[in-house]
Design a binder for this molecule. Structure first.
Ligand code: HEC
Ligand SMILES: [Ca+2]
Length: 495
């Protein structure tokens, strides 16, 4: 692949009131930032001109080297696995702010703002990630990870697969695959059996198109299949919409029938933005569905309970609003809202203990794994671990009053997307662990949480394409839906 996938050029970042197109790239010249527009509805943002790279070059490079390798004044390398650990975020921040006692490193708290100091922690993480980049997963041999060994098998490729977004299984074991341009296939083994006819009209725009497919856990008796997609209202204005329907299949055809509306929003909320649509659909097994919708590039809307952007929703399976949702008594709030302040939740899953988790994109750095609780505010765009795409400081993550902070954050971003937990019986030592896919990071990370708290993280899959979805499939094999190249592979346990 010839072009850099380090940052997703479609992403934008909220800069004190305006969504600014993000041309973020590690190669941007320092001082490329524009000043923040006035009249921001958000708390005053001290906007700083200097990029993290420029701050590093002026203040840190003499001792830590241009890549963090150390050397100056006897300074050791920062490029070790043990220092590449989110538990040390605060220690690093304090070291820069206050200095490191009994060493040559003095305090920078008098000359730098907290936002600048945080941007240097992010810069340090970017240097560490560049140096510690994991080996590319082997498609031929056995891959060895801390808790399992696996081989990669190709399940599906070619046959019209185009930006595949999601997979799920019908009760008879056939697999459904959505393609973002708007098609869905029924597949068996390594073959496409049929393209589903009669699907709703989908508009592929930017990151949007046909997204999630979720087969109801009791589909064997009720037949319901849920779809999330981007719908157009004309004039280029689009938004996420959910429907459910059933499949009529015979030997070589499949037809979408009996469609019912599950969720959509007023036409006035549709917009020309091509970013941040969400959207995964999960069932709680108690008669509800949960799904996320992104803020569509308008960060401030994620904080407004009257608007559909940047929310996680809970509905009854037929699309009606449950009578015990958290904001039913809040004047003007949308009754379906379960939690708010989300940027782009593209992963959603119940773990084996029944806790709900989302993964969502941060700006440059700061992708999040959050435990989702009713009525909580997840902070976007007021608080974030990320910095701006142009490398300038954004916020610092310590003013957490009232905001629900992520249990784990990715620095740098991996473009978190698909999410599941390992369900067994295959990969017994992974059972219950969260499996998080990354688009720009081309990775799957295995994250262990215990009693809701982060315990360990390991990159188990890397470098074979953008990971759009990761699903614990039949028998516990881990299915990975790749884009560029477009294919579906699975990880199977090796001796
Ligand atoms: C005069 C040399 C010097 C300068 C300038 C300097 N450092 Fe350090 N830094 C050190 C030394 C020495 C240590 C202690 C560890 C070691 O021996 O390498 C350290 C430690 C650190 C650590 C690790 C702290 C920990 O808890 O393990 C970080 C992060 C760090 N520096 C970041 C920076 C940043 C960012 C800058 C620029 C704003 C900077 N340093 C400037 C010498 C320096
Ligand atoms: Ca957040």
């Amino acid at each position: 692949m010839g072009r850099s996938r380090y940052l997703d050029p479609m992403r934008t970042v909220f800069l004190g009131g305006a969504a600014v197109a993000a041309f973020g790239c590690a190669c941007l010249a320092p001082n490329a930032a524009k000043s923040a527009p006035s009249g921001s509805p958000m708390p005053a943002l001290e906007f700083q001109q200097r990029s993290a790279t420029a701050l590093w070059e002026q203040n840190c490079r003499s001792c830590h080297g241009d890549r963090g390798q150390g050397g100056g004044a006897g300074t050791r390398t920062l490029l070790t696995q043990s220092l590449y650990d989110h538990k040390l975020d605060r220690r690093f921040f304090d070291a820069i702010k206050q200095g490191v006692p009994d060493t040559a490193m003095t305090a920078f708290g008098d000359t730098m703002s907290d936002e600048q100091i945080w941007s240097l922690v992010v810069h340090t993480r970017e240097l560490q990630a560049a140096a510690l980049r994991p080996r590319r997963t082997s498609e031929e041999g056995v891959n060895v990870t801390n808790r399992a060994r696996f081989r990669v098998e190709t399940v599906l490729e070619g046959q019209g697969l185009k930006t595949p977004w999601s997979v799920d299984w019908l009760p008879n074991g056939d697999m459904l695959v959505t393609n973002r341009p708007g098609t869905m296939f029924v597949t068996r083994g390594d073959k496409v059996l049929a393209e589903v006819k009669g699907l709703p009209a989908v508009t592929e725009k930017g990151q949007g198109g046909l997204m999630d497919v979720a087969v109801h856990p009791q589909a064997a008796s009720n037949g319901w299949i849920y779809l999330a997609f981007t719908e157009s209202k004309g004039g280029g204005a689009v938004f996420t919409r959910l429907v459910r329907g059933k499949l009529e299949t015979n030997a070589s055809t499949a037809t979408w029938t009996g469609q019912q509306d599950i969720w959509s929003t007023d036409a006035s909320n549709y917009s020309g933005s091509g970013i941040h649509f969400g959207c995964r659909i999960v069932f709680d097994g108690k008669g509800h569905i949960f799904f996320g919708v992104g803020e569509r590039g308008s960060g401030d809307r994620a904080q407004d309970l009257k608007l559909p952007n940047g929310k996680i929703y809970r509905l009854n399976e037929d699309g009606t609003v449950p009578s015990d949702n958290p904001f039913l008594k809040t004047t003007g709030a949308l009754g379906a809202v379960w939690s708010f302040g989300h940027r782009n939740p593209q992963g959603l899953v119940f773990d084996l203990g029944g806790k709900l988790w989302d993964t969502e994109h941060g700006p440059r750095g700061g992708d999040e794994l959050n435990e989702i609780l009713p009525g909580k505010n997840y902070g976007w765009p007021v608080i974030s671990y990320g910095i701006n795409y142009n490398d300038s400081p954004y916020r610092q993550p310590w003013n957490q009053n009232g905001f629900q902070m992520p249990e784990y954050r990715w620095l740098p971003s991996t473009g978190v997307c698909g999410l599941d937990v390992a369900r067994g019986p295959m990969f017994e030592d992974w059972k219950g662990d969260i499996l998080a896919g990354g688009l720009s990071g081309q990775c799957v990370d295995r994250i262990r949480v215990k009693d809701g708290r982060f315990v360990e993280v390991e990159r188990i899959f890397s470098g074979l394409g953008r990971v759009r979805d990761v699903v614990s499939g039949p028998g516990g094999a881990v299915y990975v839906v790749l884009n560029e190249p477009d294919k579906v592979v699975r990880l199977v346990e090796a001796d």
